[in-house]
Design a protein around this ligand. Sequence first.
Ligand code: HEM
Length: 545
Amino acid sequence: MIPEAAATLATCIVVVFLIRWIHTQWLHPFPGNPHKLPLPPGPQPRVIVGNLQDLPTGGREWDGYAALAQRFKSDIIYLRVLGTSILSLNSYHVANELLNQRGAVWSDRPRLPMIKELMGWDWNLVLQSYNEGFAAHRRIVQQHFQPGVVSGQYRPVMKFEVKVLLQNLLVAPARFPDHLKRYVWIRFLFIAPEASRAKFSMAGAIIMMVTYGHRVCTDDDPFVQLAEEVRRGSEGTPGAALVDTMPILKYLPSWIAPFKRLALSKRGLSVKMREAPFLMVKEQLAAGNAVPSMVSSLLEDESRPNDGSDEELIKNCGGVVYSAGADTTATALTNFFLAMCLYHDVQRRAHTELDTVVGRGRLPDFADREKLPYVGAILKETLRWKAVTPLGLNRRAEIVIIDHTSGVPHCTTEVDEYRGRHIPAKTTVLPNISAMLHDREVYADPDEFKPDRFIPQGTEHVAPDPARAAFGFGRRICPGRYFADDSIWIAISNILHVFSIRSPDAGIKQSDVQWSSGLVSIPSAFSCDIQPRFEGAVNLVGEDS
Ligand code: HEM
């Protein structure tokens, strides 16, 4: 009797909410548009589902959005799906005008009840709403990843870890894919479940060291295990799309909402992810054996309020860097390996530059960077050629995967007007980073890997630095971009200096490789032949740092 009554009550509640929802979504969908301005261009919506069928799906969604932009001859495309407004931004120009220049209104994240409210990831800066809490978290992460800190404190860690990578490539070159997996464990935690035999990575190892002072040495490292647990816990979140589109569903009792049971069962992982490494640092500080790190320095900072809320803040900041820091960096490096397999001339020119500037008696160092413009251009072209985050944001957001939007984009907080068009409040905004980095008007032959476009030649304009789009926009721009830039540069310059990279049969084509869908776009497996390129190279790798 009691369960029956409860079921009836629950059904009534849902029906009332549904009526309210339908009323706001379809009868009065665009409050705050007194002049009845038109919406931005886009396909005609259908009844109830809106543009559900027009949403690019099935892989390479960024190309689908770019195709819509071409079809409607507009770099902004508006779609409305089950009551949610979606705006796709397909040129740097429009992203700059809206996300960079109107940051006060265009810097929120969508609500995402599944991951934030039910699974408990609301502490994660990547997903946080644009409010005071966000500002406090962002300030800390930014301070610890600003250029001076990165170059002063983190470069030694990068140099150490890049040497480990070189040694592994030298010892077992044929296992190049394994080395890259090892290099990128965090990537596999969140993105490629089937490839999760990966151990730890240079990028992951650097992040663990600078964030917690923890050296990752083995694949049964507790934090690697924990991250692996998080990855397993993030697999398959049925119902996520539905509850993210209709947040009222989160109020359904667990016994009639399987997605809610599932989300709540995974809640513990989000707590563990930020608690476990934080508690380790606290214990080490008490014992007097903590290795200096971002978290230890925040805990020791006497100017900070010594209270519980500050501890929460520090815990969250450590957790976000731990969960966000390595996947993208490693994906960029995978793309670099592929480019080197495909473009031998580029590699040859880099080798010549390295031989001239660095010589063959030592490894390249950060002090050489200014004198190695071609290597720098390879880094830029790597970030441009294959956008690491083609539709904006990645990592923790990855586990949400709102099916129809493929990611965690920006979101508007208020109604706005742009080019005479009405932009509703709470519009989900997808910056199409891939389209911006492949804009033919800006980068000629965009599918080709041409570092020369960044080298000044006569009176020709140098192409704009892809970093202006690759790391996102405005007040949500990636705070780890200087760190990423340094860690990719030191890896690229050292790998190029020591090795010659080829596809074994010299026959690999770009079309043989597929890039995965989702927020971080990963190339499918490809073979690589990696050989030391001169006699003394082996000795360079073997030397202690
Ligand atoms: C090649 C490397 C990387 C790329 C391409 C990249 C790209 C991005 C992009 C596109 C965003 C979204 C920005 C937006 O919403 O407009 C982002 C956000 C973020 N990134 Fe990175 N990232 C990289 C490396 C890193 C590293 C090494 C860290 C850690 C230190 C990091 C930490 C973050 C955080 C915490 C956010 C969320 C910022 C916020 O929401 O306010 N990223 N990144």
